[in-house]
Design a protein around this ligand. Structure first.
Ligand SMILES: NC(=O)C1=CN([C@@H]2O[C@H](COP(=O)(O)OP(=O)(O)OC[C@H]3O[C@@H](n4cnc5c(N)ncnc54)[C@H](O)[C@@H]3O)[C@@H](O)[C@H]2O)C=CC1
Ligand SMILES: O=C(O)CCC(=O)C(=O)O
Length: 539
């Protein structure tokens, strides 16, 4: 029965849903750090977190049990996604649940700055009735610059329209036409926006590009008296530059909900005039927390119970129906990977997959992941699965080239893998017969039709009479039962390859006797999982 650990505060509705989730047990253990956190995570199949807990590489590395972490919220920057991928852990988030609340918080900060709400209340608390000091600014008719026109940025823009503001926007993934339809004037860069904005708000992730997006040089260019808001991620604004801008009078106000290091109680801005700050409250509403918690539980239980992947940030999404409908080809892809690894022992340095026919229009990414898992599985000390296999190859400098061809060839659907390495490139093709029965349909230049499961003997030979009989007799003498035989040949009297599906590993003496036959140039035994037996992560 899968078990789940809840690492940060989660709304009661989410916990109630976990209580009711069929076949799942859970524990709430908040405030964990270091070794305690690492050890706790090794005892669970799934985890749910918000932004409080930090799932760094040293916390996740070596965890062979945890299968998924769901962030109840948007930003997954508290989770080392590369480390999670390497450990085969799916990372998911709930991207839409707190959009409105966070947009409202950005607007609240903008209005609080404009009307000096925080210091005015503080003056009352301190016994002063000071109406002159807190002269504010009206937002109607003013210009708001929105950097990042994703879910939250667009929700902020539409609320700003309701406040009769002019909205400028910048986002590299937005067309001027689409922005225009939404009443936003799209500018080619943040720099173009700066001289025109009375207010600037950012709604991007923290990336190499957005780190210190606003620093001293940008404050030089900004319209005097501008007010800046950040309810996205700490570090997008350079706090020291903001403090200098406020001190010089260039900026009229700064409102922050997020900080480069959190928790934060010592920002250089705290206590400065014109500053209004909150402790990362953008998503802290009953509504947002209920929604993200419920979505997080739904995502996690679907993955743990059915393998469905939605809203993943480190692997392609696959829903249960798709997985089920691809089951046969997932099996073939994984088995071809295992086979290719055996045919190209020692070193692999290139992989090419060609999908033909109907399968070429399907979710081939997940099939490629299954192939990669089969290919690397035997060579890795760590657990390999659909999540981490391709990354393992990429980290070793091997990119899988994928080609999808609509033409059918000999089958309605088939996939061919070519694996280069120490020896000559090897090529094998597979397809599905009937109800999810994996079949090998070619090997190098030879067409044949063999079961793609269990113990298999591959032998190269001259196409001369009696070979199959001799191999059969030798195996019979050693008590090896043959389930089926297949032969592919270049042409009569040419070269050929034989594939025997046998009921168990042959004794070394039987193999030696086969190799000693005159017409046989090589013979190898390769063991694949028995029919219907797949690793648990393939279901
Ligand atoms: N304060 C809080 O409690 C909360 C903060 N957030 C944060 O808000 C931010 C935005 O979240 P969403 O709107 O949901 O994300 P989103 O993914 O829907 O939108 C982000 C947008 O930023 C754009 N972008 C990326 N790099 C950019 C760049 N260099 N310049 C301009 N635009 C760029 C992307 O194209 C995308 O349209 C995230 O950092 C998220 O973590 C989200 C929820 C709550
Ligand atoms: O969990 C929270 O309250 C923080 C929300 C947040 O920052 C996010 O969803 O990115």
């Amino acid at each position: 029965m899968p078990s789940v650990i809840v690492l940060d505060d989660l709304s009661q509705e989410g916990l109630d849903l976990l209580d009711a989730a069929p076949g799942i047990t859970y524990e709430v253990r908040t405030g964990l750090k270091g070794a305690e956190l690492r050890d706790a995570l090794r005892q669970f199949d799934g985890a749910i977190c918000r932004s409080g807990v930090k799932l760094t590489a040293d916390i996740l590395e070596g965890n062979t049990r945890l299968r998924a972490v769901v962030r109840a919220g948007v930003g997954t920057d508290n989770i080392d996604k590369d480390a999670a991928t390497r450990a085969g852990i799916v990372v998911m988030n709930t991207p839409a649940g707190n959009t409105i609340s966070t947009a409202e918080h950005a607007i609240a900060l903008m209005l609080a700055l404009s009307r000096n709400i925080a210091p005015a209340y503080q003056s009352l608390v301190e016994g002063r009735w000071d109406r002159k000091k807190f002269m504010g600014a009206q937002v109607a008719g003013k210009t708001l610059g929105v950097v990042g026109l994703g879910r939250i940025g667009l929700a902020v823009a539409s609320r700003a329209h309701g406040l009769e503001m002019n909205v400028l926007g910048y986002d590299p993934f937005m067309t001027a036409e689409q922005a225009g339809k939404l009443g936003i004037e799209l500018l080619p860069s943040v720099a173009d926006m700066l001289p025109r904005v009375d207010y600037l708000t950012v709604h991007t992730p923290l990336t190499e590009e957005t780190k210190n997006l606003i620093s001293d040089a940008q404050i030089e260019q900004i319209k005097p008296g501008a007010r800046l808001i950040n309810a996205a991620r700490g570090g997008i604004y350079d706090e020291a530059a903001l403090a200098a801008g406020l001190k010089s009078g260039k900026l009229a106000g700064v409102a922050l909900d997020v900080y480069p290091e959190e928790p934060c109680t010592d920002s250089p801005l705290f206590g400065m005039e014109g500053v209004c700050c909150t402790p990362h409250l953008g998503a802290s509403t009953e509504e947002a927390q209920t929604q993200v918690a419920v979505e997080a539980v739904e995502l996690l239980s679907a993955y743990l119970n059915t393998g469905a992947i939605r809203c993943a940030v480190n692997v392609p999404a696959v829903d249960p129906k798709t997985l089920e409908s691809l089951r046969g080809y997932l099996d073939v892809a994984y088995r071809l990977g295992r086979l290719a690894a055996n045919l190209q022992p020692g070193s692999v340095n290139s992989c090419r997959l060609t999908y033909r026919g109907e399968i070429a229009d399907r979710e081939t990414k997940v099939l490629t992941a299954a192939f990669a898992a089969g290919l690397v599985e035997g060579a890795m000390a760590e657990e390999v699965n659909l999540v981490n296999a391709e990354l393992m190859l990429r980290e070793r400098g091997i990119d899988i080239v994928e080609e999808c061809r609509g033409d059918m060839g000999a089958f309605r659907s088939s996939m061919t893998v070519e694996v280069g390495g120490g020896g000559p490139t090897r090529r094998v093709s597979g397809t599905v017969f009937g109800h999810n029965m994996p079949r090998l349909v070619s090997i190098d230049d030879y067409r044949l039709e063999a079961f793609l499961d269990g113990c298999m003997l591959f032998f190269s030979h001259k196409d001369v009479p009696g070979i199959i009989g001799k191999v059969g007799t030798l195996f019979g003498e050693h008590g090896v039962n043959i389930a089926q035989m297949a032969v592919g040949r270049s042409g009569p009297g040419g070269t050929a390859i034989g594939v025997l599906n046998i009921d168990g590993e042959p004794p070394a003496a039987a193999l030696e006797a086969v190799r000693a036959l005159d017409a046989i140039s090589s013979a190898t035994v390769i063991s694949l999982p028995a029919a219907g037996h797949l690793p648990p992560w393939l279901g």
